[in-house]
Design a protein around this ligand. Structure first.
Ligand SMILES: *Cc1c(COP(=O)(O)O)cnc(C)c1O
Length: 408
């Protein structure tokens, strides 16, 4: 037997069924007309953002990283809740603009921006987080061609990473951002060009569950911003301190202590360097805001045995849930939180593998988990499915097509 990840708090049970947003899973599937189905709880997202805003210093803005979940109804909801959007492609730019967010509150990071993406961002008035000196030249040339002053920030490749993070995006040679020691010269050139100077973007990693590591990375980012601002010889209007707040996916994972992070950030702001006195700071978070609000529902289509093991075969799989299958940024496969959503009131009395319908041994949603007895027609819930699910999985692989999505 292998343990399952922790089911996030805030879901209910009605008549033995998992309830999301106060509605039974059978009812949600009937409304969608199909499985597999991602259900996102608007209430959970709203509460998560509100709780976070209560603990973070009020002067720090909150941005949503669209790549975590670009589902349009979620962007519409987020546009009421957060101060800005961070996007990472021209496609996300279109989605963010159609959600109605003020372009002056959108910033665009990501290595390898094409000319058409740079032009679209400048035309819209979105801030470009420049990833290289070459990109700065292309952005300035595009601004000249378009007759529009580009809004430019520099993404810094910090000399530190976010310790314990699932995906390290700083420290050493990286495709992201500009090495810190080259930033002051580049900042001076961007400012001298007449572009609108928007400051620094410092993103050191993702999916960290260590509270001290996040506090340390934020302090390091502020110290680096102060040093680079002084060396650039100009005031720093904005500074994106990154994010990296993780959520518990696996057995033994503990949630972050957000109150401690907020308090430490408040103290760091109090004693910030003179170069940062008038800087507007922001945090950019993706999965922390939406990850635990989503559930992936998939129906059992076969129940079979092989040697001593029981297999529950579902109509979904890694083509929608690459991360839960253990094939997206993990080294050792561990179980996500998974449950039989139509038997929430029954004792877990058998050990089963929940496998997807793809013809590959990689397609496992739960390995040797302890579940209540389940049959063909029962629904399986994979939790923590609100981020990097539908949009971060190979939906075309094996031709099953995309899952349905629903915000309730
Ligand atoms: C991926 C990414 C994020 C979001 O990361 P989460 O782990 O979802 O919070 C934020 N900013 C940048 C630059 C990213 O690349």
């Amino acid at each position: 037997m292998k343990p399952l990840g922790p089911i996030p708090p805030g879901f209910g049970m009605i008549e033995g069924q998992l309830a999301i947003g106060g509605r039974k899973v059978r009812e949600l599937v009937a409304e969608a007309g199909m499985t597999p189905l991602f259900v996102y709880s608007a209430d959970r997202i709203r509460r998560r953002v509100t709780d976070l805003l209560h603990t973070m210093p009020s002067t720090v803005a909150l941005h949503y990283a669209v790549k975590a979940n670009p589902y349009t109804p979620i962007l519409n909801l987020m546009s009421e809740l957060v101060d800005g959007f961070d996007i990472a492609s021209g496609g996300e730019l279109i989605m963010a603009l159609s959600a109605g967010l003020d372009p002056s509150r959108i910033s665009f990071a990501g290595p390898g921006k094409r000319i058409d993406e740079i032009e679209a961002a400048i035309t819209a008035g979105v801030t470009l987080n420049l990833e290289s000196e070459g990109e700065a030249v292309r952005a300035l040339e595009a601004g000249e061609r378009l007759g529009i002053t580009p809004r430019l920030a520099i993404r810094v490749n910090p000399p530190f990473d976010l310790k314990g993070s699932g995906m390290k995006m700083g420290g050493g040679a990286k495709p992201f951002g500009v090495d810190a020691e080259r930033v002051p010269a580049m900042a001076r050139a961007v400012i001298a060009s007449g572009a609108e100077w928007r400051g620094f973007h410092i993103f050191a990693g993702s999916q960290a569950l260590s509270t001290p590591a996040i506090i340390e990375a934020q302090e390091q980012a502020m110290a680096l911003a102060a040093q680079l601002a002084e060396q650039s010889g100009a005031a720093l209007p904005h500074c994106n301190l990154g994010g990296g707040f993780g959520i518990p996916y696996f057995p033994g994972d503990e949630p972050l202590d957000i109150a401690a992070i907020g308090a430490a950030l408040g103290e760091a702001l109090e004693r910030r360097a003179p170069a940062l006195q008038d800087t507007q700071f922001c945090l950019e978070l993706g999965r922390y805001l939406v990850g635990e609000a989503g559930v992936y529902l998939t129906e059992i289509v076969d129940r079979k045995r092989s040697h001593e093991e029981l297999f529950l075969v579902v109509d979904g799989g890694l083509h929608h849930q690459l991360a839960a299958s253990g094939n997206f940024g993990t080294v050792v496969r561990r179980n996500y939180p998974v449950a039989i959503a139509t038997r929430m009131d029954k004792p877990a009395d058998e050990v089963a593998n929940v496998v997807g319908c793809l013809c590959t041994p990689l397609d496992r949603l739960a390995e040797k988990g302890q579940f209540p007895h389940a049959d063909v027609g029962d629904l399986v819930a994979v939790f923590c499915a609100g981020a990097y699910g539908a949009s971060a999985s190979p939906a075309q692989f094996l031709g099953h097509g995309p899952a349905a999505e629903m915000l309730v």
